[in-house]
Design a protein around this ligand. Structure first.
Ligand SMILES: [Zn+2]
Length: 361
């Protein structure tokens, strides 16, 4: 669709690429940006012309990429503004993202998009193209913009100068201000098939033979290449066991066990660990659906059935369980208090399972 619009010269000025994490939104946005800036003259970006080379190094004056970053104290000056080290850190984040678009960034704190960065890009957009005729901006993870950043962005989205192309990406479309979403053409990205994930792992991870490890990661990944990659890179056993334990205790309505687990879990450090846990909870719930539907061929690990067996068979309730996981992930990314997020999640799950038991009784 984008290729056709590009060839016909009918591309819109603002797009919102929406879909799960790791399904190729950033890569598609980057490819489109390269094509818009390439001087090679072909439909696909050549990757060799000066323009492509600069864009690939994040050094093109008409190409601006913003990715969420978790700033530290050292990245801010005494007046609270970004320090030179802060700006360096931001561009380093962008370069890493361009080099490995599917590699899940590892953040020490909660990632955000500083308003100064948005203002800087706004300024460059208003100034107009320096080298070519077009200005392109990619803003990844727009759901992580705070109100101030979103408002700054809004002005540019309302009246973008001619030959400006802005591509926003998000895996939390529900967290985006309607005023932003309504000014963009929304492009939905679906999940990646297991076959395509294996192919991507083959390319990205440079694995020669599709071995058992790749097979397992692709099956576990729930349609996300970056999740498959992080599964390959790290041992999920512990996080999966914790997720399974919490889900089992909730489904059984065992409040003392639940509260003890939450107490331990919420003490864990780092946004990544909590995100991984809720991703694994989501995985267990989805795996439970597959099992309940008897689609055992897609069912990977028999041990994941412990929680799945006690899940309510009603599809709508399982959907609510999935929604509870997604709400928790969303709350985590907006810097919510971990303890409260776990308690809310547990109460919701216990309610959903309890209704089921009462009906059965
Ligand atoms: Zn080129």
């Amino acid at each position: 669709m984008l290729g056709t619009a590009f060839a016909a010269g009918t591309l819109g000025h603002a797009y919102l690429f929406s879909g799960e994490e790791g399904v190729g939104k950033f890569e598609a946005a980057f490819e489109l940006a390269l094509a818009l800036l390439c001087t090679g003259g072909a439909a696909a970006p050549c990757r060799t012309c000066v323009s492509c080379q600069k864009a690939l190094r994040n050094a093109h004056p008409d190409f601006h990429v913003i990715v969420p970053a978790a700033l530290d104290k050292e990245h801010k000056a005494s007046d609270g503004k970004l320090s030179p080290a802060g700006w360096d850190f931001l561009s380093q984040n962008v370069r890493e993202r361009i080099e490995a678009p599917y590699r899940r960034p590892s953040h020490a704190g909660v990632p955000a998009i500083p308003v100064e960065w948005i203002k800087e890009v706004n300024h460059a957009i208003l100034r107009g193209a320096v080298e070519g005729s077009r200005t392109v901006a990619i803003i990844a993870g727009v759901d992580l913009m705070n109100k101030e950043s979103a408002n700054a962005m809004l002005k540019t989205l309302e009246e973008p100068p001619k030959n400006t192309f802005i591509i926003l990406t998000t895996n939390m479309p529900q967290s985006i201000l309607p005023t932003i979403a309504s000014r963009c053409q929304v492009v939905r990205f679906g999940l990646v098939s297991v076959e395509h994930i294996k192919e991507a792992l083959h390319q990205v991870a440079g694995m020669a033979e599709p071995g058992a490890e790749i097979e397992r990661a692709a099956q576990y990944a729930m349609g996300s290449v970056s999740r498959a990659l992080s599964l390959l890179g790290s041992d999920q056993t512990e996080s999966l066991a914790e997720a399974r334990g919490l889900l089992n205790a909730c489904c059984a309505g065992d409040w003392p066990a639940v509260s003890q687990r939450i107490d331990t879990l919420s003490r864990a450090d780092g946004y990544d660990a909590h995100t991984r846990l809720f991703m694994n909870l989501l995985y267990l719930v989805r795996n439970g659906i597959l099992r309940n539907e008897g689609r055992s061929s897609t069912y990977i690990d028999e041990s994941d059935g412990v929680a799945a067996a006690s899940l309510p068979p009603d599809v709508r309730r399982v959907e609510r369980l999935c929604a509870a996981c997604q709400d928790a992930l969303s709350a985590l990314s907006s810097n919510g208090n971990c303890g409260i997020i776990y308690v809310n999640f547990a109460i919701t799950v216990m309610e959903i399972c309890d209704v089921e038991k009462q009906q059965a009784g």
